[in-house]
Design a protein around this ligand. Sequence first.
Ligand SMILES: C[S@@+](CC[C@H](N)C(=O)[O-])C[C@H]1O[C@@H](n2cnc3c(N)ncnc32)[C@H](O)[C@@H]1O
Length: 423
Amino acid sequence: MSPAAHLTATLDLIEAIAAARRPADAEASAWFRAHRHIGDSDRGPMLALAYTLLRHHARLGWWLERLRLPDTPRHRLLAWLALDNTPSSHLEALLRPLPATERALLDKLRGTTIAHPAMPDSVRLECPDWAAAPLQRRFTDRFAAEMEATLAEPPLDLRVNPLRSTREAMLADLRDLGLHPDPTPLSPLGIRLRQRLSLTRLPMLKTGEVEIQDEGSQLVAMLLDAQPGERVVDFCAGAGGKTLAIAAQMRNRGHVVACDVSEMRLKRAAERFRKAGLHNIETRLLASETDRWIKRHKHGFSRVLVDAPCSGTGTWRRNPDARWRSPEDQGLDSLVALQSRILASAARLVKPGGRLVYATCSLLPEENEQQVTSFLANHSDFRTVPTGTILQLDQPYLSLTPAQHGTDGFFAAVMQRGGAEAV
Ligand SMILES: C[S@@+](CC[C@H](N)C(=O)[O-])C[C@H]1O[C@@H](n2cnc3c(N)ncnc32)[C@H](O)[C@@H]1O
């Protein structure tokens, strides 16, 4: 692609993402499917630029307002390129015609940095109003550092499928491909790649030897501590990211039921299970969290994971657009109420001595510790098991943040039904 065609196509992609109601990653995938002629060498840089704009969303909006320019994707792109010191002559050639207002925008921003002393903290830290108060309450003097960590580009984390390979073998294969992988510090199955790369460079994704999974997500699955031969439920399985890790840990022995209310996600999950060579997983579509199947299988499982729908505040590094969408659609209060209903209903599946893990990818105490406290207050037959007894992390609950652990933000609590020996 010529540089001009490349930039014009990037603007088209950015406009599509801005206009879409669905998340940016889904819109970008659909956009590239509709533009199959665009090759890998263009895709990576196009996506990187589109995501850079999303990561600077509030700050770019602030600049356009200050310069009294309409807030359009084109102006956002021009503002970013000017702040990034792309030469004007280059831009004039690429984005013709460049009206006088846009040329003035470039002139005003050239040599300036994106941060400005007059920017309020909420803009500088890209923190939406709905999340600012609970996040400040939680992090107090670490608030700015935590928010800054959510603005960094995340690494690519892989989880090795122990049924197909080992971490050492995969590290060696990745080095042979000219990459620079590191073992992840917390998960024994994790590999971290910090360089930007096209996924087509990783044949081990196709063979099911590795899966893409943030280290924090790997740890949540490990916390379930599912053993070969057990009966396990992944209640909010979605597209099966954690189910895959759980079933692999069980070495394909025992039985895993992957439930969800989304048929589309379960279909995608089933496809992934086949590819990973996992045969001990059944998918089950639920009509709601109180589906009759749950009553029929009361006390039927030794391990139940509830990876609840949440605000996704812990995944802002990967989904920078999420902070401007979620959970405005439904509101935090109704999300918290849904989580509480899901947790109470899924708990019925746990047999005496069995374990229930409640997890979110949220940083908000309302969805995490407070949710567990209120569950325990209403379920006196459950008690918490410190996560330090399972992982090498000395925490009562698993609580990961981008600034402290270099992972996405995750929370998980392990609870056991009854005081008997864990199953
Ligand atoms: C955080 S996502 C799960 C991600 C998945 N566990 C993974 O690791 O890839 C939450 C899931 O909960 C599902 N969900 C939403 N409402 C639900 C309900 N009432 N009962 C069960 N699952 C629900 C959503 O469809 C979504 O797939």
